[in-house]
Design a protein around this ligand. Sequence first.
Ligand code: M6R
Length: 615
Amino acid sequence: MCGIVGYIGPREAYPIIIEGLKRLEYRGYDSAGVALFDGTDLKVCKTKGKVVDLENKLPTNITNTGHIGIGHTRWATHGVPNDVNSHPHYSNSGNLVIIHNGIIENYEALKKELIKRGFTFQSDTDTEVLVNLIEDVKNKENVKLGKAVQIALNQVIGAYAIAVFDKTQPKEIVIARLGSPLAVGVGKDEFFIASDASPFLEYTKDAIYLEDEEMAIIRLNRDIKIRKIKDDSLVDPYVQTLKLNLEEIEKGGFDHFMLKEIYEQPRAITDTYRGRLNRQEAIIKMSSVEDNMKKFLNADRIIIVACGTSWHAGLVAEYIFEDLARIPVEVEYASEFRYRNPIITEKDVVIAISQSGETADTLAAIKLAKSKGAFVFGVCNVVGSSIARETDAGAYTHAGPEIGVASTKAFTTQITVLYLIALRLARAKGTISSSDFRHHLLELEMIPKKVEKVLESNEHIKYIADIYKDVHNFLYLGRGYNFPVALEGALKLKEISYIHAEGYPAAEMKHGPIALIDENMPIVVIATKKGHYEKVVSNIQEIKARKGKIIGIVTEGDVDVRELADHVIEVPETLESLSPLLTTIPLQLLSYHIAVLIGKNVDQPRNLAKSVTVE
Ligand code: M6R
């Protein structure tokens, strides 16, 4: 959940590290810090707050020195966000510094031992324990830094991506990974270290992704040596050339990444089906599905595991798969699935959905499913991510980098991929006729244009946001395919505006939530023409009778809901099964505008991080 960055080479390290931290801030922004080696001395500066606070705190003389450095942006796990708990952390001698993303689960036991051996601690963090453990090993065993890191990590239980520097061996940085991502950018006589490739894309596109249980010693003007932490065997570095562009990870004229990403959805959805959907030939081509067709077709059921917004995409997929391909689907929170001794057999297909591909609970659920013999298929956005590599096969969403913490284009592109898979399986199983199949392909192809149309309502949605921006509670209601959209709308509002919101199946309203409704309660109701429309209109009547304020998401030209609702936002007509791709958009924009209007930090909401690499 933290971001780590490092540099070793002929350039000045500081600007690379500070800019890199800004790009990694989506991973956590409770505190930030750097350690820079100027050739003789090691300087550490750190602070509670964001990278910009760190920049303001840095003494000017730290900014012009050194070709080796490491930096960290933190999402707090052990210890409150304050200056002392910020990374980098020194060892007791002041010779070693460390940055860490992850959790050392047995840190308390290790700390007790170290205290017995005379070590003292300034912070409440597990990371300070780790750096002192490394120092203790180094002294006791009389070994160099790399070996000390290796021995120490073999005593550690937990997850980590770390970079360690020792001022007594100032020509190298040691890094290691287990469970948290770590990439090395390879330039000419220089190396960049980062949680993802964004900090070094402008310098090099050649990258090595460390695998779990690997460590590396990176030496100034020399090379990188990768080893397995457990058995010390050497690993051949696999250097891959990345296709990402820097422009893709910048704001491109929008005020916030979230807004940019909302507006990118027509392009992102097109990229997701491009090359896979061929309407002229009436086929869907996805090699990972074709290669594993038997597994899909013989599956007793599909189990979808995911968290947060990706879980909501999974819920939409449940409707899609059952409706089109007639395959039973169960959708599980990865965090519950992994701990509840689920019944999984070799005849189950597990689909893991994750934007980042790094979510710890989803990763653990995948490992559990694989250990029981299930075939695991991944739907990820980040290429080369841990989940993409851990699954047996998978399909990327091709949404492009999603930086805003609130997931938007990831959701709609995940649904698009899952829709393609469901359609392909439906065709193979014969649960859809050839003409219906063609019709679905045509309608799916038209979605990006229709999303563009919905985006034209932006100003109207902003106007509605202004009316309701000061309320304390919201309800979101939907039925069928649009019930998960109601959940997603409520999540979007909660996470960026901190306004309490609940999503419910519209019919469930009368089993409890109706008690909340009075003249102060805004209720967003997804009431598109094909989704049990009459039933939803009845629900709207019930709200109206209790004086609730109704914001209806309706099909273009709607009359009935318009008469009842306080506001309506129109979306173009489409198939009911595709409607979530349209009805989600106004809910994203509504949350965005409310959050901006009440002055919240939309891209970096409090307490959250983009990539949840801790359980
Ligand atoms: O990267 P993932 O899709 O696995 O992330 C899962 C959730 O952490 C994520 O969707 C989270 O709920 C978002 N902040 C929602 O906007």
